[in-house]
Write a protein that binds this ligand. Structure first.
Ligand SMILES: *Cc1c(COP(=O)(O)O)cnc(C)c1O
Length: 463
């Protein structure tokens, strides 16, 4: 997308939200409007006001954790966080107390042995989350957001003039393609109608037409709730174009959807801390295969980014994992502590169980929504993501009609994001503790709030 196109898109969103004077949780509007959401929530109608609790930071992180274990929960929901509306957008998601508490760690040197050990352990745990055992694969955890993963791929795995095939299932493919173009890489998009995904025969045809250095796929496109099927895609690529690197944008899927890095023979999976991994935003998380690292080492030109260069970061990550201090640029110790805690929680049970929990909860949500006469953008069950649901609103009802009403009921959903249909749907994120923590009733409350909000604006569900 050209900068002018992008600007016109932004102003269209602004016009739209101005007209209704209501915040939409889209990347284009959230910055402008978020202060209103907070104001709304702090005004008299805030049902949580008066129950405000102060977070207690006078303890060190370990003693807080100890305390949490010892204390008997006074109620079913024992969160110590200040009362707040439940954040059920497709990232950031709700955080576990222990993850948040581990961020209130005293300051420590980023090259001190204690922190280096925590970072090294976090990298090793990332391998387990992605089900890889090949020591020649390389995890990277960098300060940044999910988007920095695109830059890492474009700057390290492609060279100016290379070709990238971008499978399009929504907004995030447009952006990834734009990222490639920024680095002088030619991106060809293979598109599907909204709610669907490109099919294997067309992908095969495209792969046979020219030599692509990389093929990218958005595992869950957060703008449409469409999930791609990685296993058969990877098999196809290996059969038709074995050297093409398979890059998975797993920002909305790592930690909630099944991903078998070794078994499916993937080359890059990139994600961010704030989605299904349940850690505050601020970390770009990438795993590169042995094949990807060899391809990186065989580059003819130097990486086209300085901060994101794997030349700079590979030795650092390897040293951390070997528990040796080293420095290229200062990491965020507090965020690494939080990620360490959330990965430990995730790995306390088999990954299969986590995938299954997300799947079952997602099926339950989708059934409730369908039972209420609502349709999803992803029409085919096999295309439906398990960490979020993109829901068409009934005819004549727009996100500004329902989002404020949801907020009053203590639930935050996101507005539409796909540029062609943004005003016609909402997005419900159901990842992490909101579905895995049995003490939380987030999902039931959200389903009820959605139904009540729609009825309030005149929707009649089929009986
Ligand atoms: C959220 C998201 C991104 C962007 O991540 P940021 O952390 O916002 O930079 C990229 N791809 C997908 C699929 C996402 O859901």
């Amino acid at each position: 997308m050209s900068p002018t196109d992008r600007l016109s898109l932004i102003s269209r969103h602004f016009d739209y939200s101005n007209a209704h004077d209501v915040p939409l949780n889209t990347p284009f509007s959230i910055e402008r409007e978020s202060s209103r959401v907070v104001d709304d929530f702090n005004n008299k109608s805030n049902p949580f006001k008066g129950q405000q609790q102060k977070r207690d930071f006078s303890h060190s992180a370990p003693s807080l954790q100890e305390e949490a274990k010892e204390e008997k929960p006074p109620t079913e929901n024992m969160s110590k966080q200040a009362p707040h509306p439940t954040l059920l957008i497709p990232g950031p998601i709700e955080f576990d107390d222990e993850v948040l508490n581990s961020m209130s760690h005293y300051s420590e040197a980023h090259v001190g042995p204690a922190f280096v050990a925590v970072f090294g352990e976090t990298l090793s745990m990332l391998r387990k989350v992605l089900l890889t055992e090949n020591p020649k694969g390389q995890p990277f955890i960098l300060s940044g957001s999910g988007t920095l993963g695109w830059d890492q791929v474009a700057a390290n795995l492609t060279e100016p003039g290379d070709e990238a095939l971008v499978l399009h299932t929504g907004y995030f493919a447009d952006s990834f393609a734009d990222c490639f173009e920024t680095y002088g890489v030619k991106a060809t998009q293979l598109k599907a109608p909204i709610g669907d995904r490109p099919q294997l025969p067309e992908i095969e045809k495209a792969l046979k037409e020219k030599k692509y250095k990389v093929i990218t796929v958005t595992h869950t496109d957060t703008s449409t709730g469409v999930k791609s099927d990685l296993k058969p895609l990877a098999e196809l690529v290996r059969r038709v174009s074995p050297e093409t690197l398979i890059v998975v944008d797993g920002v909305c899927s790592v930690g909630c959807e099944e991903i078998r890095f070794d078994e499916w023979d993937l080359d890059v999976v990139l994600t961010a801390s704030q989605k299904a991994l349940g850690c505050p935003a601020g970390l770009s998380i990438v795993l590169a295969s042995q094949r990807a690292m060899e391809s990186f080492k065989a580059r003819k030109t130097r990486p086209t980014s300085y901060f994101a260069s794997w030349k700079n970061w590979t030795p650092i990550m390897q040293n951390y994992e070997a528990k040796k201090p080293s420095y290229f640029a200062t990491p965020s110790p507090q965020l690494i502590h939080a990620l360490n805690t959330s990965l430990k929680q995730i790995l306390s049970k088999p990954m299969e169980e986590r995938f299954e929990t997300h799947k079952q909860q997602s099926l339950r949500i989708k059934k409730a929504i369908e039972g209420f006469g609502l349709k999803q953008l992803a029409t085919k069950p096999e295309n439906q993501a398990h960490g979020m649901t993109a829901i068409w609103l009934p005819e004549g009802i727009t996100p500004p009609d329902v989002l404020p009403s949801l907020l009053k009921k203590g639930v935050i959903f996101a507005g539409g994001l796909h540029k062609e249909v943004a005003a016609k749907y909402v997005r419900f994120g159901h990842m992490g503790v909101s579905v895995t923590d049995p003490k939380r009733d987030d999902i039931d409350r959200a389903i009820q709030a959605l139904k009540d909000s729609l009825v309030e604006v005149g929707y009649k569900a089929p009986s």
